[in-house]
Design a binder for this molecule. Structure first.
Ligand code: NDP
Length: 491
C-alpha cells in the first residue's frame, strides 16, 4: 500500500516518487508507505488551489450546493465507519471504541457545517442616515493551509475541512506523517463526492518542508494549525510574511479540580478519563488533578488501585481501555518526563514504566500518577502528552484557583463539586477556553473549542469555527445618491 497525495482533483505520487513507511504503534510493524512530498508538490497544490479560488466556481457556488456535497461526504463517512475506525485504531493506537466516536464525530462535523453554510449570516447596521443601507456579508478567505497532528487524524481533518469548505474556501490539508491512513480514506470519499479540481487537496510529507512552506507561501491566505507550541511558533512566524490569518490550537496542562463535596465515584472515573482517554495524547487532557486535601487519604488509594486495573493493550484488541503511544520517540519523551519527576522529588503513586511482556514491542507506557508535586516541577508546568497524571493538593477554593491558573497554558479545566454556586464561581475564575462541571472531555461540534494564553489563537467548532474561515465585508449602499458638492470645480 502506497498512499498518494490528492492534488488538483487527482491522486498522485510525490514528485520524486519518494515514500516513507508508517507504523502500527502497538507493535511498530509497517502498515504501508506514504508519499513523501517535496516543496514542488506543495507548490503545485498551492497553485491549483489559487486557480480554483480565483477563477473557479467554488467560492461563488450557492451555499446550498456546497452543503449538499458536505452532506454527501458525511453519508459516505458513515458508510465506511467500521473501516475508518479500524484504520484509525491501527495507525494511531487508540482503543477501537474511541476511534468509533471519532468517526461519528467527523461525519457530524461535516453535517453541522453543511447546515451552518445556509443559515443567516451578516448584519444590517443603523448608521443614522436614512439614505444609507449598511450591511455586512461574510466571504471565504481564500486558500487555506491546514496542518493537523497525529492524535485525532480523521477528526482534526474534519474540524479543518468542514468549516473551510462550507464557507467556500479552497483547502490544502497536511496530515502528520505518522498517521496518514484514515485521512487517505477520507480523500477517497472526497474524490467520490466530486469537488471542483483544486478545491480540496491533500499533501503528505514532513512538517518541514511541506507544512513550513504552506505557512510561508504568499499565495496562501490562511493557515490553521493544531499541534505543539514549538511548531505553532514557527508557523506563526512564517505566516507573518504576508500577514496570513492564523488560527492555532496548541497544547495545555489542564487542571481538573475535585472538591470534597463532589460525588467521589464520578470524580474518580473522570479523573482517570481526563488523563487516560487517548493515552493522554490529548491537548485538553486533565493532566493536573487538584484534589482537596481532606480527600487525599480516601481518594488516592482508590485512584492507584483503579489505574492498575486499566486494560492496556493494542487498540484493536477487544476490551482494551488504553492503547500505545504514537511512536518510540514519543514514548521516550514521556519516559524522560517520568525520570525527571523522580529526580525533582515527586512521589510515584502507580505506574511509571513500560511493559516487559508481549507489549514490549509496542510503545506502551503504564498509566502513571505522581503525587507530592510542587508548582515549580517540570511535570506540573510542561505538557507531557502521555498517560501521566500529576496530583496537587489544596485547602481552599482560592488556593485551587491559584494553582489551576498558575500555568502558561489555558486550554481546558474541570470542576467537580455538588455546590452549584461554587461550580460557577470556579469555572468563571479559570483562565481557560473550555471548561467542564461534573464531567470532563465532552466535546461538541456545535460549541467553540480553543484556548487562552499559550494554548492558542482563535476558536474552532461552532459558529466561531465557521467565522474563522470568513472575511467580513462591509457594504454601504446609498439608496438616494446626491452630488456631494465637496469640490467646487469639477471638469
Ligand atoms: P507537531 O506540533 O510538531 O506536529 C503537528 C503537525 O505540524 C504535524 O503535521 C507536523 O508534521 C507539522 N509540522 C511539524 N513541523 C512543522 C513546521 N516547521 N511547519 C509546519 N508544520 C510542521 O507535533 P509533534 O508530533 O512534534 O509533537 C510535539 C509535541 O506537541 C507533543 O509532545 C505534544 O506536547 C504537542 N502536540 C499537541 C497536539 C495538540 O493536539 N495540541 C497534537 C500533537 C502534538 P509532521 O509530524 O508530519 O512532520
Amino acid at each position: 500500500m502506497i498512499l498518494k497525495n490528492y492534488i488538483n482533483g487527482r491522486f498522485a505520487p510525490s514528485r520524486y516518487a519518494t515514500v516513507r513507511p508508517f507504523l502500527n504503534p502497538a507493535d511498530n510493524s509497517e502498515i504501508g508507505q506514504v508519499a513523501e512530498s517535496s516543496i514542488e508538490d506543495v507548490e503545485t497544490a498551492i497553485h491549483a488551489a489559487r486557480k480554483a479560488f480565483d477563477e473557479g466556481p467554488w467560492p461563488k457556488t450557492p451555499a446550498q450546493e456546497r452543503a449538499a456535497k458536505l452532506l454527501k461526504l458525511a453519508a459516505l463517512i458513515d458508510s465506511r465507519a467500521a473501516q475508518l475506525a479500524e484504520f484509525e485504531s491501527r495507525n494511531n493506537g487508540k482503543p477501537l471504541r474511541e476511534a468509533e466516536y471519532d468517526v461519528a464525530d467527523a461525519a457530524g462535523c461535516f453535517r453541522y457545517y453543511a447546515g451552518l453554510a445556509t443559515k443567516p449570516q451578516g448584519q444590517t447596521f443603523e448608521v443614522g442616515d436614512p439614505n444609507i443601507v449598511c450591511q455586512t456579508i461574510r466571504e471565504p478567505i481564500g486558500v487555506c493551509g491546514q496542518i493537523i497532528p497525529w492524535n485525532y487524524p480523521l477528526l482534526m481533518a474534519a474540524w479543518k475541512l468542514a468549516p473551510g469548505l462550507a464557507a467556500g474556501n479552497c483547502c490544502i490539508l497536511k496530515p502528520s506523517e505518522l498517521t496518514p491512513l484514515s485521512v487517505s480514506v477520507l480523500f477517497e470519499l472526497i474524490d467520490e463526492v466530486g469537488f471542483p479540481p483544486g478545491v480540496v487537496q491533500l499533501v503528505y510529507g514532513a512538517g518541514d518542508p511541506v507544512g513550513q512552506y504552506l505557512a510561508a507561501s504568499p499565495l496562501v491566505d490562511k493557515i490553521a494549525f493544531t499541534g505543539g507550541g514549538v511548531t505553532g511558533r514557527k508557523i506563526m512566524t512564517a505566516a507573518a510574511s504576508n500577514f496570513k490569518k492564523v488560527t492555532l490550537e496548541l497544547g495545555g496542562k489542564s487542571p481538573n479540580i475535585v472538591f470534597a463535596d463532589a460525588d467521589q465515584n464520578l470524580a474518580l472515573e473522570y479523573a482517570m478519563f481526563g488523563i487516560f482517554a487517548g493515552q493522554g495524547e490529548v491537548c485538553s487532557a486533565g493532566s493536573r488533578l487538584l484534589l482537596e486535601r481532606s480527600l487525599a487519604n480516601s481518594f488516592l488509594p482508590r485512584l492507584a488501585a483503579s489505574c492498575e486495573k486499566i486494560v492496556v493493550g493494542p487498540g484493536l484488541d477487544a476490551g482494551t481501555e488504553m492503547g500505545p503511544l504514537i511512536s518510540r520517540a514519543h514514548q521516550k519523551k514521556v519516559l524522560d518526563y517520568i525520570r525527571v519527576a523522580h529526580e525533582d522529588g515527586a512521589e510515584l503513586l502507580c505506574g511509571g514504566g513500560v511493559y516487559t511482556d508481549q507489549r514490549a514491542v509496542g510503545n506502551f507506557v503504564q498509566p502513571t500518577v505522581f503525587t507530592n508535586a510542587r508548582p515549580d516541577m517540570r511535570i506540573v508546568r510542561e505538557e507531557i502528552f502521555g498517560p501521566v497524571l500529576v496530583v496537587q493538593l489544596f485547602d481552599t477554593e482560592e488556593e485551587a484557583l491559584r494553582l489551576a491558573n498558575d500555568s502558561i497554558y489555558g486550554l481546558a479545566g474541570g470542576v467537580f463539586t455538588s455546590d452549584a454556586s461554587r461550580a460557577q464561581r470556579v469555572v468563571r475564575g479559570l483562565r481557560a477556553g473550555i471548561t467542564w462541571i461534573n464531567c470532563y472531555h465532552p466535546t461538541f461540534n456545535e460549541a467553540p473549542w480553543g484556548g487562552y494564553k499559550q494554548s492558542g489563537i482563535g476558536r474552532e467548532l461552532g459558529t466561531y469555527g465557521y467565522e474563522a474561515y470568513t472575511e467580513v465585508k462591509q457594504i454601504t449602499h446609498c439608496i438616494n445618491p446626491q452630488p456631494l458638492g465637496w469640490f467646487k470645480n469639477l471638469a
